[in-house]
Design a protein around this ligand. Structure first.
Ligand SMILES: [Zn+2]
Length: 248
């Protein structure tokens, strides 16, 4: 079963690539079929096999020989690994489907933010609608309250930072709203904490390595995405560890 889930993840990853590329260009994600972004030639079905096609074609277009970004197979492989990890953690349960949709949304939002430093509203709307849907499917007062609190709290903290320091953007507020809605209140705190730690570490490394200067803008969305994915897998563990420490 694991291998089927992995292949399913690869295929979804391939679709996420298409979203990452087309949404910022205001192109439809359903039409036209996949084509080379350089020469426009339609890509043959046998060249659309996730990861494998990239290796067979040695990372180049069959027609114009233009290099294909290594991000494509990496996103496919990453999605496949995430899906199979979710499967081993949650089985084919409600939480598998919920978090599969969540991590897929985060990959698209995070990657688009990384590439364009913009957050696209339709991706946020998708996150909010699915987040509400999954909240209502597990209809339980505590869960509904926790998810609403998570969304309001995460978005609120970042909004405060935006207003006070202008160091982040309203796009970050929107991503945190989606993440809070999916994760609930307790896990949202972990997610925020990890985003800041991750952002600080990467920011310092980029400045020390002189890749970015202190004045450069570094999009924060990718950190929220990675932190949220991390929280899906290890958030509960981190909370338990912390509570155990308090007890000792
Ligand atoms: Zn081409």
């Amino acid at each position: 079963m694991g291998i089927i889930i992995f292949i399913y993840g690869l295929v979804i990853g391939s679709f996420l690539n298409l979203c990452i590329y087309r949404i910022p260009n205001n192109e439809s994600i359903s039409y036209p079929p996949s084509h080379c972004t350089s020469c426009g030639n339609k890509i043959k079905w046998y060249d659309l096999i996730p990861v494998i096609s990239y290796i067979i074609l040695k990372g180049r277009c069959r027609f114009c020989n233009e290099k294909i970004s290594v991000m494509y197979p990496l996103i496919e492989a990453f999605t496949g690994i995430l899906f199979v990890s979710l499967y081993y953690k949650y089985g084919l349960s409600f939480y598998f489907f919920k978090y599969a949709v969540f991590v897929s949304t985060l990959i698209v939002i995070g990657m688009i933010d990384l590439k364009t430093t913009d957050v696209y509203f339709n991706t946020i709307v998708f996150g909010i609608i699915t987040g509400i849907a999954f909240t209502l499917l597990k209809f339980h007062n505590n869960i509904i309250l926790s998810n609403i609190l998570g969304a309001a709290f995460s978005a609120g903290i970042i909004a405060l930072i935006v207003i006070l320091t202008k160091g982040m953007g309203w796009g970050d507020v929107e991503i945190c709203f989606v993440s809070g809605l999916y994760l609930g209140f307790k896990l949202s705190i972990i997610m925020l904490f990890l985003s800041f730690v991750l952002g600080a570490i990467v920011g310092i490394v980029l400045i020390v390595l002189k890749i970015k200067s202190r004045k450069d803008f570094i999009p924060f969305g990718p950190f929220i995405s990675i932190a949220s994915i991390f929280t899906v897998f290890w958030g509960e563990k981190m909370i338990n560890l912390y509570i155990n420490k308090l007890m000792l």
